[in-house]
Design a protein around this ligand. Structure first.
Ligand SMILES: Cc1ncc(COP(=O)(O)O)c(C=O)c1O
Length: 304
C-alpha cells in the first residue's frame, strides 16, 4: 500500500500515521461498520471520481440496512472524498470510506456506541495484476458459499460480512488461483470475492441478478450500460456452475478489479483461453470512460 499524507477522520484531515482508534472500538470486535471502495482517475482536467454519488448513496444505504447511525448525507461524504484526494495531491487513486461504531458499548446491542467516519485515499494499481487485466486471470469455484439474506445483507457492504470474501479469496490464492467464484446457497453462481461476474455464450451475455446474492455493483451497472449501448444482448438470470465451463468468455468487474477477463475456471480454459472480443470491447470503453474520454459517459465522473 502506498501511504499518502492525510486521512479524513470525523471531519478533520489527520496525518496518515496518526489515524488510530481505541482497541475497544465496537467495529473491531464485531464488524459493525460499512464501507465503500471508490476509484478516482487522472483525466485531462485533473482527478475525477467515478460514479461518486452512487458509491456514497450505497454507503448511506449500507448503514441504514445494518442500523448504523450516520449523520452525514451523500453530499457531505462526497465533499470529504474530494478533500482527501486534493489534500494528498493525488492524480487519481483508490478512496476508502468507512463508517464504524466506536466506543460506548461493547455488548451486542450497539446502542450507545459512537459512530465514526473515516476516508483514506492512496495510489493503487490493478487489483488483480496488470497481467491479469491484459491476459486474464485463473479462478476457482470456492468451497465457501456467498452470504445470503437469511443471515446477513448481501446487497450492503457491511464490514463483518467480508469475512466470507476473505475465506473464499484466501482459499483460492492458497490453491494457486487468482480469485474465487462463490456460489449462492442454492448452488447458482453469485460473484467473485469482490467482483461481479458476466458470462458470454454464443454472443449473449448473462449476469446473475442481485436476488442471487451478489452485490449490486456500480461497475456491474456500468458494464450493463456499455453492453446495451453497443448492441449486445444482456440477460440478468441465474447462472449455473457448469455454464462457466462452456462459456466463450467470462469477465469479472468491480471498483478494485475494474474489468478483468477470466482465462481459466477450475482448470478449464475459458473459450480460447485468451480474452474474447466482447470482454476486450467492454474493457476498452470502460477504461476510456473512467478517464474522461467518452462524452456519452461524462455523467459518470465527478471532476475535482
Ligand atoms: C462482494 C463484492 N461484489 C462486487 C463488487 C463490485 O462492486 P462495485 O463495482 O460497486 O465496486 C464488490 C466491490 O465493492 C464487492 O465487494
Amino acid at each position: 500500500m502506498n501511504a499518502s499524507k492525510y486521512i479524513w477522520m470525523d471531519g478533520e484531515l489527520v496525518p496518515w500515521d496518526d489515524a488510530k482508534v481505541h482497541v475497544l472500538t465496537h467495529a473491531l470486535h464485531y464488524g459493525s461498520g460499512a464501507f465503500e471502495g471508490i476509484r478516482a482517475y487522472a483525466t485531462d482536467t485533473g482527478p475525477a471520481i467515478f460514479r461518486h454519488r452512487e458509491h456514497m448513496d450505497r454507503l448511506v444505504m449500507s448503514c441504514k440496512a445494518y442500523g448504523i447511525p450516520l449523520e452525514l448525507d451523500s453530499d457531505q461524504l462526497m465533499k470529504a472524498a474530494r478533500e482527501v484526494i486534493s489534500a494528498n495531491d493525488l492524480p487519481g487513486g483508490y478512496i476508502r470510506p468507512l463508517v464504524f461504531l466506536g466506543l460506548g458499548s461493547i455488548g451486542l446491542n450497539p446502542a450507545g456506541a459512537s459512530t465514526h467516519v473515516m476516508m483514506a485515499a492512496w495510489e493503487w494499481g490493478a487489483y488483480l495484476g496488470e497481467d491479469g487485466v491484459t491476459n486474464g486471470i485463473r479462478v476457482a469455484v470456492s468451497s465457501w458459499r456467498r452470504i445470503d439474506s437469511s443471515s446477513l445483507i448481501p446487497s450492503a457492504k457491511g464490514t463483518g460480512g467480508y469475512l466470507n470474501s476473505i475465506l473464499a479469496k484466501s482459499e483460492a490464492v492458497r490453491a494457486g488461483y487468482d480469485e474465487a467464484i462463490l456460489l449462492n446457497r442454492d448452488g447458482f453462481v453469485s460473484e467473485g470475492s469482490g467482483e461481479n461476474i458476466f458470462v458470454v455464450k454464443d454472443g449473449v451475455v448473462a449476469t446473475p441478478p442481485v436476488s442471487d446474492g451478489c452485490l449490486g455493483g456500480i461497475t456491474r451497472d456500468a458494464v450493463i450500460e456499455i453492453l446495451g449501448d453497443n448492441g449486445h444482448e444482456l440477460i440478468e438470470r441465474s447462472v449455473t456452475r457448469s455454464e462457466l465451463y462452456y462459456a466463450d468468455e467470462i469477465l469479472l468487474c468491480g471498483t478494485a478489479a475494474e474489468v478483468t477477463p477470466v482465462k481459466e475456471v477450475d482448470g478449464r480454459p475459458v473459450g480460447t483461453g485468451r480474452p474474447g472480443p466482447i470482454t476486450k470491447q467492454v474493457q476498452a470503453i470502460f477504461s476510456d470512460a473512467v478517464r474522461g474520454k467518452v462524452p456519452a459517459y461524462e455523467h459518470w465522473l465527478d471532476r475535482i
